[in-house]
Design a protein around this ligand. Structure first.
Ligand code: ZN
Length: 333
């Protein structure tokens, strides 16, 4: 882990700390944590990445230039490889999904299908190529299957529906000219160490007249205030920071909004953005979207989140853990 002096989106050194967290080693018996997403990650952090430190400090940082909120220090690619290989070995994702399966997957798939159809007009002479990066079981591509050639790239190889092809763990073995008309990147950028570098890499495979659709949690409101562990979400986006990330990657924005929408287990606040490399068209202006500092204190999001009964037990657990850790920091135990 290394403390970054630069914003991982815009490279600015003009940032401030919003809050700091001290995480503690949960103990070394990982068998207790197989289906516990928080403690399994803390176990990996302290037992495999930090070699048995008892505690570690992390700072939630706000970039004053682009409005990006991020966790500092940053992990290295090697440390994240350790994380993913242990999660695979522990079958962590499978265990958690077995206990709490995803459902109503078609609601989300249909929402995205309708959104893409608004902005992408299909030429009947050829079947456009569509890639879901991190697309897991391929369920979001099901509505597209008949009219598109559908592909998934994912760290794990899932069983895919007929008509959807697995390309591998990443795009490194593809030819650069092997490009896509539409790329999806859903709930991935919040996990990525270098979001700017990563989006640049992915866009090499986007055709000039293609579209990239990105969805991330609205992290700038509640999530960074109640962080349970530092190994999963390390980036907390707002509309402003996501828009500026797109601009820095030479993408023009044709759609951006913040919606309370179904993901895999229920509804959450998410940012949806569509960009293109195309230089001409009706693009959204930065002045028409909220700044991070306005969005992070918007009581409308907070209120909607508070009345979300589905999350209540998790929310209370988060608050208790947060207060307990604060008390530990004052050495009251
Ligand atoms: Zn920045």
């Amino acid at each position: 882990m290394r403390f970054s002096k630069y914003c991982p989106v815009c490279n600015s050194q003009n940032y401030e700390t919003l809050i700091n967290y001290k995480f503690r080693n949960p103990g070394n018996d990982f068998k207790n944590y197989l289906d516990d997403s928080i403690n399994s990650r803390l176990w990996i952090l302290f037992n495999k990445i930090l070699s048995n430190n008892n505690s570690a400090n992390f700072y939630i940082t706000l970039c004053n230039s682009c409005g990006f909120i991020f966790l500092n220090p940053r992990f290295s690619e090697g440390e994240f490889k350790i994380k993913y290989s242990f999660l695979t070995e522990m079958k962590s994702v499978e265990n958690i999904l077995q206990k709490n399966p995803m459902y109503n997957l078609d609601i989300r798939a249909q929402r995205i299908y309708k959104l893409i159809n608004k902005f992408y007009s299909q030429n009947s002479n050829f079947k456009p190529r569509i890639l879901d990066y991190g697309g897991a079981g391929g369920h979001l591509l099901i509505p597209f299957k008949n009219k598109y050639k559908c592909y998934v790239v994912d760290y794990s190889k899932w069983k895919l529906p007929n008509g959807i092809e697995y390309l591998g763990k990443d795009l490194d073995h593809l030819e650069k000219e092997d490009s896509f008309d539409i790329i999806f990147l859903l709930h991935t950028l919040e996990h990525i160490i270098n979001p700017k570098e990563f989006l640049d890499y992915l866009c090499k495979y986007l055709k000039n007249d293609g579209l990239i659709y990105v969805e991330v949690p609205l992290g700038c409101v509640r999530e960074w205030r109640f962080l349970m562990e530092p190994l999963t979400h390390i980036n907390f986006f707002s509309e402003e920071s996501l828009f500026k990330l797109f601009t820095l990657c030479n993408l023009n924005v044709i759609h951006i909004d913040t919606s309370y929408q179904w993901v895999t287990h229920g509804k959450n606040w998410n940012i949806n953005i569509i960009g293109t490399k195309c230089k001409e068209g009706n693009f959204i202006n930065l002045n028409s979207i909220p700044a991070t500092k306005a969005q992070m204190v918007n009581y409308y999001y907070i209120f909607q989140d508070l009345i979300n009964i589905r999350n209540y037990s998790t929310k209370i657990k988060n608050i208790i853990k947060y207060l307990r850790d604060k008390l530990k920091n004052f050495n009251l135990n």
